[in-house]
Design a protein around this ligand. Structure first.
Ligand SMILES: *Cc1c(COP(=O)(O)O)cnc(C)c1O
Length: 440
């Protein structure tokens, strides 16, 4: 959505980008095109679609008009050139990386990633012959030290999950670019409302749209977004990624960068990975995520506001030992949050996730008792819902890890993670307080 003399704001783009009233029926809402396939006008039209000479739809594993609205909307919200929607966040990451990696290649990634991603890169990809070195993201130089001749991507998360550590995108992007490598950023926890990683030099953004984009805990989806600024065609990048330039063996000899330019990466991901491996998003799920995105700007403000209130309340609570939330001025990541995140109420909007520990002799057991004592806070393994969610990672999401592995992941035995929702904050504070009293 663009106009020569006017730049639309985030909220307007969240509601309109990618969508127009349906030209056939006049329907104002985006129709759910629940169809597998699309009729060709003629044999010639069909041939030009298959040759990628004409834009249009063939089969919904490759593209679908409802899914395309979501793709264009997320690309717009991220300030990117093009996007590709996938079945889940995990599928989006896999698609983003397999578009440019093959057996024998190497990834340098932050060690504080979402647990599922550590498993995907560390175990899943290593079975395909792609190795990952995990480094402490606190010092950007750690990424440089781990880059090898066969490294093909650098990977991080704007806000880690569950540590909510803020990733310093700018220096790591610079290091990646010096080596002709793209920086891939998972922007799930910040959402495009709070942070646009492209503005700090990232090249590819991935989302679990399951979380804040959808926003209501109903729908799995993922999105890959391309900035359009990474030059695949010259210098070290051209040496690192000859498959962006050479005729594609996986798709009719198309030269993706030459043919599609600043959205060549997205076309490669769509035609060589999504089309071939099939982790496609369904039109209905795309539509449900679009419904969520229409209120993303309002919900994120409310999540940030409520989370800060809860963090302040916990910081002053006599039964709480520690609180970790980058929105708190005392947080070691507060300055970086200020640099990278949109302000909400004067401070950096630091999203809705925070962690804390209970002050008790048996802190780990107290964490479990706290969760059992909550009245309306939901005990489950998700984040980014309108509802407040609570979990004790050491006894659930991270229970397979031994003490040393927990320490490396930064998961203290007493850590409780809250995904603060958008209910009335007085009610959230009440539930947290009464559960704390029952826990000790
Ligand atoms: C949930 C999550 C994922 C995985 O997304 P799914 O939609 O569950 O597949 C990836 N990264 C982060 C940061 C997440 O929170």
């Amino acid at each position: 959505m663009a106009d020569q003399d006017h730049e639309y704001g985030f909220g307007t783009r969240a509601i309109h980008s990618g969508a127009i009233p349906d030209p056939v029926t006049g329907a104002r809402a985006t129709p759910i095109h629940q169809t597998t396939s699309f009729v060709f006008d003629s044999a010639e039209h069909a041939a030009s679609l298959f040759n990628l000479q004409t834009f249009g739809n063939v089969y919904s594993r490759i593209s679908n008009p409802t899914v395309a609205v979501l793709e264009e909307r997320v690309a717009s919200l991220e300030g990117g050139r093009a996007a590709l929607a996938c079945a889940t966040g995990m599928a989006a990451q896999m698609t983003a990386l397999l578009a440019i990696l093959k057996a024998g290649d190497h990834i340098v990634a932050a060690s504080t990633l979402y647990g599922g991603t550590v498993g995907q890169l560390g175990i899943g990809f290593s079975r395909l012959g792609i190795e990952t070195t995990f480094v402490d993201p606190e010092d950007p130089e750690n990424f440089r030290k781990a880059i090898r001749p066969n490294t093909r991507a650098v990977y991080g998360e704007t806000l880690g999950n569950p540590l909510v550590n803020v990733f310093d995108i700018e220096p790591v992007a610079q290091i990646a670019h010096e080596h002709g490598l793209p920086l891939v950023i998972d922007n799930t926890v910040a959402s495009p409302y709070l942070c646009n990683p492209f503005a700090f030099g990232a090249d590819i953004v991935v989302h679990s749209a399951t979380k804040y984009l959808g926003g209501h805990g109903t729908t799995m989806a993922g999105v890959v977004v391309e900035s359009g600024k990474f030059d695949w065609g010259s210098g070290l990048a051209a040496k690192n990624f000859p498959e962006m330039l050479e005729p594609s063996r996986a798709y009719h000899g198309v030269k993706f960068y030459e043919t599609f330019g600043d959205f060549g990466y997205t076309m490669k991901a769509r035609m060589e990975v999504n089309r071939t491996f099939g982790a496609t998003l369904s039109p209905l799920n795309a539509w449900l995520i679009l419904q969520g995105i229409e209120t993303l700007h309002l919900r994120m403000q409310a999540h940030c506001r409520n989370a800060l209130r809860v963090a302040e309340f916990l910081s002053e609570h006599p039964l709480v030992g520690w609180v970790n939330y980058p929105g708190l001025p005392g947080s070691p990541h507060h300055a970086l949050a200020k640099k990278q995140f949109r302000p909400v109420d004067g401070g950096p909007g630091a999203s809705g996730i925070l962690t804390f520990g209970i002050r008790a002799g048996d802190a780990a057991r107290a964490g479990e008792r706290f969760i059992d004592a909550c009245e309306f806070l939901s005990h489950l393994a998700n984040i980014g819902d309108a509802k407040t969610l609570v979990i004790h990672p050491a006894s659930t999401t991270h229970r397979q890890l031994n003490e040393e592995e927990l320490a490396r992941a930064g998961v203290r035995p007493d850590m409780i993670r809250l995904s603060v929702g958008i209910e009335d904050v007085e009610d959230i504070l009440w539930d947290v307080d009464q559960a704390l009293r029952k826990a000790v």
